[in-house]
Design a protein around this ligand. Structure first.
Ligand code: SAM
Length: 251
């Protein structure tokens, strides 16, 4: 689980990477399209009030703006520079607010639809964060999101294990042990995406360009020698699994 101090570092990391994010975000773009298709297919009468949590540079936001032209669309992110990029993409069609999605005190609800693409995995406490957000749903309102599951980066962990090292990949939930808050109708579907990289270096570079290189709390980054050995063991093409959980909660 992330700590609040670590969250400050995550916010800074994303803030610093707003300009390189789009070039490195193939998986995020693909998952945003898939999540958008799910949202558009959901039995939503006429969502008038929509909030997106962790909108980043606006991948999912652009689908929302197009699919729901008459909705009140509020786009939020914890990192102001990500939000500024998003505003550059979407323009005056939406409202914008810097919000920590798991401590959304400044939000003014209720919302018919709360959505989020690949941001919830950065929450310090995923279950509590979702529970707090659920309080902003109007009766019958729906939360739809994509987040990372337990098999994410399993090849990276295995490469560490093969050398007797421990990976700093955070602990993600599985579909079966997902920390849903009680009292809601929920469902979850999963997908495994295999993303090829030229080698281990390319994988690490790509995570850093996304601002997503933050290790699990308490994990000491590998010493330079250990990192060199690890990357030497991954000199050929390296494939990383992204285990995507598509979650849905109805109030
Ligand atoms: C991997 S990016 C995904 C961005 C966008 N949703 C997309 O699909 O491209 C994660 C985003 O979540 C934001 N984020 C991280 N922790 C957050 C939090 N606690 N509340 C709101 N946003 C957060 C980051 O600033 C970043 O913009």
């Amino acid at each position: 689980m992330m700590t609040e101090r670590q969250k400050d570092r995550i916010t800074r990391a994303f803030s610093n990477k707003a300009s390189s994010y789009d070039m490195a975000a193939d998986v995020q773009w693909l998952v945003a399209s898939r999540l958008a298709a799910r949202i558009i297919d959901a039995p939503i009468a006429a969502p008038l009030r929509i909030v997106e949590i962790g909108c980043g540079t606006g991948f999912l936001s652009s689908h929302l703006a197009e699919a729901f032209p008459n909705a009140d669309l509020l786009l939020t992110d914890i990192a102001a520079s990500m939000l500024a990029r998003c505003r550059g993409r979407i323009g005056d069609r939406a409202r914008y607010q810097v919000v920590d999605g798991e401590r959304p005190e400044g939000l003014e609800g209720p919302f018919d639809l709360i959505v989020s693409n690949l941001a919830f995995q950065w929450f310090v406490d995923l279950g509590k964060g979702i529970e707090r957000l659920s309080k902003f749903l109007a009766p019958g309102g729906r939360m739809m999101f994509a987040t990372l599951g337990v098999q994410t980066f399993q090849e990276w962990r295995a490469a560490h294990r093969a050398l007797g090292l421990t990976s700093g990949t955070p602990a993600y939930p599985g579909a079966a042990d997902f920390p849903w808050p009680p009292g809601f109708s929920t469902q979850i579907e999963e997908e495994l995406l295999q993303q090829p990289y030229a080698d281990g270096h390319d994988f690490v570079r790509s995570l850093k360009a996304l601002g997503a290189g933050e290790p699990a709390p308490g994990h000491q980054p590998l010493a330079a020698g250990a990192m060199r050995r690890l990357l030497a063991s991954l000199e050929d093409e390296f494939t990383a699994t992204y285990h995507i959980l598509y979650g849905e909660l109805v109030a």
